[in-house]
Design a protein around this ligand. Sequence first.
Ligand SMILES: *Cc1c(COP(=O)(O)O)cnc(C)c1O
Length: 427
Amino acid sequence: MTPKEFDAHHLWHPYSSVSDPAPMHRVARADGVTLTLADGAQMIDGMASWWSAIHGYGQPSMVKAVQDQAAKMSHVMFGGLTHDPAIELGRRLLDITPAPLQRIFYVDSGSVAVEVAMKMAAQYQQAVGRAGKHQFVTPRGGYHGDTWKAMSVCDPVTGMHHIFKGALSIQHFAPRPPIAMGQDWTDDDAQNGLGALRAILAENHATIAGMVIEPVVQGAGGMYFYHPRYLDGARALCDEFDVVLIFDEIATGFGRTGKMFATDHCEITPDILCMGKAITGGMMSFAATMTTDKIANGIGSAEPGVFMHGPTFMGNPLACAAAAASLDLLGTTPWRARVGAIETQMRAELEPLRALDGVADVRVLGAIGVVEMDHFVSSAQAHPISKQLGVWLRPFGHNIYCMPPYVTSGDELSKITHAMGEMARVL
Ligand SMILES: *Cc1c(COP(=O)(O)O)cnc(C)c1O
């Protein structure tokens, strides 16, 4: 079997079938913003490896940080042991996150960060004497990961509720925040979505532990950008009904929307914040869940007095070193200006695509560009076009989108937007 045949026959890929395998490009190297395939062909990576490779690939200071750490200690258990990479990363995270978030739980992936956040909310409610509160409310259109609890708060239509019906926890779904980013906000609760959220909380607050929401950008659930004022209103409602507010910043964190975190678009802060994807600059899987003293102390105040979670690879030193190196780069490179320039250029180059047949909407926020079609776009059909045009894009649902590394040059970005236009024309 050739390597490609072996792959097709034996290896599962994300959301794929091994009996009817999807087309694959075999990548041999990744340097800067470029993927080099095994046959020598090259593609600019418009996806930044699912939002994570914000500095591009092979960034020397990050490679060195991981190599140096690997030579010293690639892993030790975090139970009963600690180490400088975890401490150094913790210091950096406190510097860039809202001040109330003081307590950090390291995990292996985004979905687990969401599991941990939901578990914290439930354990907190139980510890402070509100034992009936164990369900969650979330807006429609969300995506929070593929593990069980995370899956239960994904959009009930585009998520996996129909497949795993009966096996998933029952949650409460509020309407998607109806006022888009850039539209005028209204305080009329009947129009801004907060009336519907209030109604759910008023009726069910005795059983609701927390609200899970992606702030400002709903990512894999539909690439939708909504008005940050919704979050101010949600915060007030969560306070009124003793509900823990959880921001899932796994897609938005570390500058993607033009601010360090999407929560920086609004005045309020969440009780719990999940981060992942870009945390190691795409070097490896890692994530973190941060919370306040109030939640942490609440959990500690009652039996069993400890937070009941502890992954084997918690606080992995290699991942901590990679994350610290990535944050140092954010501290020393002009990422805000770069993301701003990417935003301006994408607006100019994507906006004209509105005129094409089949294009329903064009949206840009920070380094996220979306061309929404009025029909389903097949990623399998997009696959050969990527190689032909030398730009890696993987459309999903109705959306042809990109979220390039921040170091993408103007010329490279033009190739990406051109490829998005070609896909909008032919798919
Ligand atoms: C990708 C993503 C997750 C899941 O992260 P994994 O690392 O894939 O488990 C959760 N929430 C959001 C908002 C995401 O974009």
